[in-house]
Design a protein around this ligand. Structure first.
Ligand code: FPP
Length: 309
C-alpha cells in the first residue's frame, strides 16, 4: 500500500439535499467527523492513506453499510491463480474495508461472507473459506477490539464446522464491548431462509396463543429474524459486476441505496468505500414521498427498522 493523500474531489454541495434530508444530514452521525467550514476535512482511511474532503463539504455517512463481496474467483483466474487465492486476497480487502468503515463513522457494516447457497461449492473451496474465517478471527481480534468493533453473526452459525464456529464465537465474545461499530458476518446466511424461519417461529407462538396475529407488524416480525439487532440497510454495495441481491438482506434492504461496482472484491480499496459513500450522500431518500414533500420536510409513512428505537 502506498502512502497517499487523495482528494475525493467532491464538487458543489447539493443545497437542496442539505436542506431536506430525512435523516438529519447536519447531525454529527451523518457527517464525516472532521468536516468543518473552516477546516478542510482530512480522513485517515487506514494507517497509510488519507483522504481530503474539500472545504464546506458535508458527506452523509450511511449508518448501515452492507456489502456483497463478489469476484474473488474471477480476480484469481485473471491472474492464473487458484480460486482460493482470490478468497485469501479478498480476506485482506475485508480487513481494510472494516477498518475504513469504522474510521469514517459507519455504525453497522454487514458482510456477505458465506451464503447458504455457497455450501454447494467444491469441498476444497468451502474448506478454504472456513480456514480463512478462522485466520481472520484469530489474527484480527486484537485490532478489532482496539478499534472498538464488535463482531456479530447473522445466518446459521451452528451449520459451520466446529473449529470455525468456535473461532467465530470466540471473536464475538472477545469483541463484545466494542461500541464504535458492529461488524456483522453473514455466515450460512440466506435472506429467504431468515424470513421463512421468522414466519415459522411466529406461527408456533401464535398456535400456542402467545402472539395475536394483529400484533404482528414489520418491527415485530423483524424481532424474529437473525438480523433483529440491526437497523435497516442504508447503502448496499456489490462488487463483481453483477446487479443482483443474491438472497442478501431481502427484508432489511427494502429502502437501501444500491451501488453495483464493476471491480472484483480483492480490488476494493478504502477509497472505493469512500466513493460509494459519496454516491450515497448525493441521493435524495424519499421513502415513498415526492421530492416536494421531502423539501417541505414532511414525515414519511415509512418507519425504518431500528431496533434501538
Ligand atoms: C464471492 O466471490 C465471494 C465469496 C463467496 C466469499 C467471500 C469471502 C471472502 C471475501 C473472504 C473471507 C471472508 C472473511 C470475512 C474473512 P466468488 O468466489 O463467487 O467470485 P466469482 O464470482 O468471481 O467466482
Amino acid at each position: 500500500r502506498s502512502n497517499s493523500r487523495k482528494s475525493l474531489g467532491l464538487s458543489k454541495p447539493d443545497q437542496r439535499f442539505h436542506q431536506t434530508s430525512t435523516q438529519g444530514p447536519e447531525s454529527p452521525r451523518f457527517c464525516l467527523p472532521a468536516c468543518s467550514p473552516r477546516r478542510p476535512a482530512c480522513f485517515r482511511l487506514s494507517r497509510t492513506e488519507t483522504v481530503v474532503v474539500s472545504e464546506n463539504e458535508k458527506v452523509r455517512v450511511p449508518r448501515h453499510v452492507a456489502i456483497i463481496m463478489d469476484g474473488n474467483g474471477r480476480w484469481a483466474r485473471e491472474r492464473g491463480l487458484a480460486r482460493v487465492e482470490g478468497h485469501a486476497e479478498g480476506a485482506r480487502a475485508v480487513r481494510d474495508a472494516v477498518e475504513t468503515a469504522a474510521r469514517i463513522g459507519v455504525e453497522y457494516l454487514t458482510l456477505y461472507a458465506f451464503s447458504v447457497a455457497n455450501w454447494a461449492r467444491p469441498r476444497g473451496e468451502v474448506e478454504a473459506l472456513m480456514r480463512l474465517l478462522v485466520d481472520f478471527a484469530k489474527k484480527e481480534r486484537s485490532e478489532l477490539r482496539s478499534l472498538g468493533i464488535r463482531v456479530n453473526v447473522i445466518g446459521a452459525l451452528e451449520d459451520l464446522p466446529t473449529g470455525t464456529r468456535h473461532a467465530v464465537e470466540d471473536l464475538i465474545r472477545y469483541t463484545a464491548d466494542g461500541e464504535k461499530m458492529t461488524l456483522t458476518l453473514a455466515l450460512s446466511y440466506g435472506g429467504r431462509q431468515d424470513i421463512v424461519e421468522a414466519a415459522r417461529a411466529l406461527a408456533v407462538r401464535a398456535r400456542a396463543g402467545l402472539v395475536l396475529p394483529e400484533e404482528i407488524d414489520e418491527s415485530f416480525f423483524h424481532r424474529e429474524m437473525t438480523t433483529r439487532t440491526l437497523p435497516d440497510v442504508d447503502l448496499l454495495i456489490r462488487t463483481g459486476g453483477e446487479s443482483r441481491l443474491s438472497d442478501f438482506l431481502l427484508y432489511e434492504a427494502a429502502y437501501a441505496e444500491l451501488v453495483f461496482l464493476p471491480i472484483m472484491w480483492p480490488d476494493f480499496k478504502p477509497t472505493t468505500l469512500l466513493e460509494s459513500v459519496e454516491l450515497f450522500s448525493r441521493k435524495e431518500r424519499r421513502f415513498g414521498r415526492t421530492s416536494d414533500q421531502v423539501v417541505r420536510g414532511e414525515a414519511a409513512a415509512f418507519d425504518p427498522l431500528d431496533p434501538a428505537e
